[in-house]
Design a binder for this molecule. Structure first.
Ligand code: PNS
Length: 177
């Protein structure tokens, strides 16, 4: 059987989209496993101007944190997108959307999004089951626990923990003023 030469080989690109406010060890687990499955992975931070007031970190800060934690994965890059994820996929020649599934409760909404996205453009959604040790992990819970002084050091990378602690302290000072 003839093998296609390198120039003909199709590059399999995937996107790992999310808010990443902030990136957690659960996200990194999914990104790392996606990087084994695809030639190129783009971690894409969704920027929704209507939701930006509810975010703890700006899009630039979230991107910068992701760039640091993804630096060890040679085929992973970080970007942001506004608007539809499917438009981003079309513009970048991305054929797969990778989503982590933590529990059955994630499935209904993720299935709906997957079907909507594939109705819009030619894109597949690939679900990766979250590793059991991260099945309870969500950025929103990390923020809540850390706000009330809980220990989240095993749930986020060390650099993220430092930034998270500093930002929450900043917010607490602002509220006291
Ligand atoms: O980390 P999150 O908040 O679960 O990420 C959600 C995200 C950014 C992946 C999702 O909201 C999204 O894809 N937003 C882009 C807008 C879009 O394409 N909406 C149609 C979805 S069917």
């Amino acid at each position: 059987m003839t093998q296609p030469d390198d120039q003909e080989r199709v590059i399999r690109r995937a996107v790992c989209p999310g808010s990443f406010d902030p990136v957690t060890n659960g996200h990194i687990d999914i990104i790392s496993r996606a990087s084994q499955l695809f030639d190129e992975v783009v971690v894409a931070v969704g920027v929704n101007k209507n939701k930006s007031r509810g975010r703890l970190f700006t899009a630039e800060e979230r991107i910068s944190m992701l760039e640091k934690v993804c630096a060890d994965f040679p085929n992973v890059t970080v970007a942001s997108f506004e608007g539809l994820l499917t438009t981003f996929c079309e513009e970048r020649g991305i054929g797969a959307i990778v989503k982590g599934l933590r529990a059955v409760s994630d499935f209904d909404y993720e299935l709906q999004m997957a079907q909507m996205n594939s109705s819009l453009v030619d894109v597949e959604t690939v679900f990766i089951p979250t590793s059991p040790e991260y099945s309870f992990l969500a950025s929103s819970l990390v923020k809540e626990v850390a706000t009330f002084g809980g220990d989240v050091s095993s749930l986020v990378p060390a650099d993220v923990l430092t930034l998270l602690t500093a930002r929450l302290a900043e917010r607490a000072r602002e509220q006291d003023e």
